[in-house]
Design a protein around this ligand. Structure first.
Ligand code: PLP
Length: 576
């Protein structure tokens, strides 16, 4: 590596390609898109993550919708280059060797961002340590803590060993926050130069180096470890009373640790910034709304349309502002080509033959309670009446292996599919992945999202559909609050975010609104006014895709987080 100072982007998961299954969902795919845009923009950045040799898991669904999990084994040597460098971290008093595999994300112009995948499966490590980088989000909290030591502390040491000079550390979620403890060691002041022993810890120097992006609007989503576990696993990195000041009195809370040791903190949509400021009072939390990587998420048919009418779109997505200049029939034909590919995939995976002429709703994301995948089935009779012969629905999404209610929700959708058969066809596609997402997101006619407010920090799948001319039909939460213009870019479900009772409307009011708009507005527009429908498709591209992309997001990180100086969050008021 040359002497250029780099941004080091730390992430527990990353989704770059379906063949590298080191991601579980939105967080990882966002990390992948971040790195791809950084490469396109020629930013001096490197990424650090874990190898996750057994991936997340491969999902099989039985006839009744029971999720069966298989290891997603893959061979790193097929895609990555093993580097000779080795460092070691101390875990439970044992020395654990860590090596790294390199993957280069290369832009069309040839600029490169390397991704380093950390791996402990090395001869010489104890058997239990060799499996530390096997499972993404598997194992108990001791396993997770050890993984976070490898990621945060090991990652920092590996970059050092690789000779990479780092200008800022960007923590994508709190999983890598232990790197701040190692940085405190690096920046330790000379004991003879300070009048109070506490002052050897140069907290300000570490803060100046760290940027923290939080993604979780729910308290339970933040990693917390008991201090006795921390001490037995990590040893005494710094005096316990100082650690408690930084990471929380009762548990080591990785989010708190990251908040206290970062000079720039942000949520991933405007609303999520607000929610985070309420959750962590006294911290100055900004927001940078997520985006998606345009070239990766445009389907082949739409790529051709864009190439013809908006040359340069992939590296300058602002040009989508000109989407109105695309002739209607080209948008329509491009979309129909994507829809036929999707229906072919549906037939292949489920045996169900769906019609390209029928209005198709898509819904795919992590199967977990707050996403309410089953809201659409609140009143089966009504859904059947509205959709009889006019509607078909395609689902996909994995439930975390330990998420019982999430798994139950998949089975419930299978039961509803049975009862609706012959009137409204419903399928659930197994094995949601980047590859399947690309086909599904581009091929449906509308993208449904019904999370409980305010749990959807941002959401990114709807940005991917908008890019392909597929409008959103969604609860006003996360990014959709910023992207939604009623009847122009798509449609909302339920109350406006300004409605202070919105949280109370999380119940049946949403289903009522969903049915009413589907029956009275959306289906009539689709079947009765094709030109009107295509106008909404174009607006999704010109008014959503032009903004909600990771090129814009990365430019924001550069100007707002990477190359500016900020006062410490604690010193500033809580509003932006
Ligand atoms: C985009 C994407 C997600 C995130 O979708 P959300 O709507 O943000 O939950 C999850 N999984 C895959 C495979 C994706 O491509």
């Amino acid at each position: 590596m040359n002497s250029v100072m780099r941004i080091a982007y730390f992430t527990m998961e990353i989704g770059l390609d379906s063949r590298i299954p080191t991601y579980s969902g939105g967080l990882g795919v966002l990390a992948g898109d971040t790195i791809k845009s950084a490469a396109d923009l020629g930013l001096p950045l490197v990424a650090v993550t874990l190898l996750s040799r057994k991936g997340y898991f491969h999902q099989e669904l039985s006839a009744d919708g029971t999720q069966i999990e298989h290891p997603a084994d893959w061979d790193p040597a097929d895609h990555l280059e093993l580097l000779p460098n080795r460092i070691s971290v101390t875990i439970e008093g044992r020395k654990v060797l860590v090596q790294a595999w390199r993957y280069d994300v290369e832009s069309l112009a040839g600029t490169i961002v390397p991704v380093y995948f950390l791996d402990t499966d090395i001869e010489g490590n104890a058997a239990q340590d060799r499996s530390l980088t096997d499972h993404l989000y598997g194992g108990d909290s001791a396993y997770r803590l050890k993984q976070e030591i490898v990621l945060g502390i090991g990652g920092l040491m590996m970059l050092n060993d690789l000779g990479i000079s780092v200008y800022k550390y960007h923590l994508n979620e709190g999983h890598s926050a232990l790197l701040t403890l190692e940085l405190l060691q690096w920046y330790k002041r000379d004991i003879r130069a300070v009048w109070d022993e506490k002052l050897i810890w140069d907290i300000e120097a570490v803060r100046e180096r760290c940027i923290f992006t939080t993604h979780t609007p729910i308290e339970a989503g933040h990693d917390k470890f008991p201090y006795d576990l921390v001490e037995s696993t990590l040893g005494k990195q710094l005096p316990i009373e100082i650690l408690k000041e930084l990471g929380g009195a009762d548990h080591l809370n990785m989010t708190l640790l990251a908040l206290n040791l970062s000079n720039y903190v942000n949520g991933v949509a405007k609303k999520h910034g607000e929610v985070s400021r309420q959750m962590f009072r006294g911290y100055h939390i900004h927001s940078i709304t997520n985006g998606i990587h345009p070239y990766s998420w445009a389907c082949d048919a739409m790529k051709k349309v864009f190439d013809r009418h908006i040359p340069g779109w992939a590296n300058e997505p602002e040009l989508f502002v000109r989407a109105d200049a695309i002739p209607d029939e080209e948008i329509w034909n491009g979309h129909m080509e994507a829809k036929r590919s999707l229906l072919e995939k549906v037939r292949e995976l489920t045996g169900v033959v769906m019609s390209p002429d029928r209005f198709t709703i898509g819904f795919a994301r992590r199967a977990t309670s707050y996403k309410r995948a089953n809201l659409l089935f609140t009143d089966l009779e009504r859904l059947a009446d509205i959709g009889d012969g006019k509607l078909q629905i395609i689902y996909a999404g994995k439930a975390h292996p330990q998420d019982g209610p999430g798994k139950e929700m998949i089975k419930e959708i299978f039961r509803h599919a049975q009862s609706l058969r012959g009137r409204v066809d419903v399928v659930y596609l197994p094995g949601y992945s980047i590859e399947l997402a690309a086909v599904l997101l581009a091929g449906v006619d509308i993208w449904l999202n019904t999370p409980l407010r305010p749990m959807e920090a941002s959401g990114t799948s709807g940005m991917k559909t908008a890019l392909n001319g597929v409008p959103n039909f969604s609860v006003l939460d996360g990014w959709w609050i910023e992207g939604h213009i009623e009847g122009v870019t798509g449609w909302s479900i339920g109350p406006a975010p300004s409605d202070k009772q919105a949280a109370d409307h999380n119940g049946s009011g949403d289903a009522e609104d969903l049915y009413r708009k589907l029956a009275e507005t959306i289906l009539p527009l689709y079947y009765g006014d094709r030109a009107g429908w295509i106008k909404v498709m174009k607006n999704a591209i010109s008014k959503n895709a032009y903004y909600f992309n990771s090129h814009r997001m990365m430019r924001r990180y550069v100007t707002n987080a990477y190359i500016t100086t900020h006062q410490h969050p604690m010193d500033v008021g809580e509003d932006t």
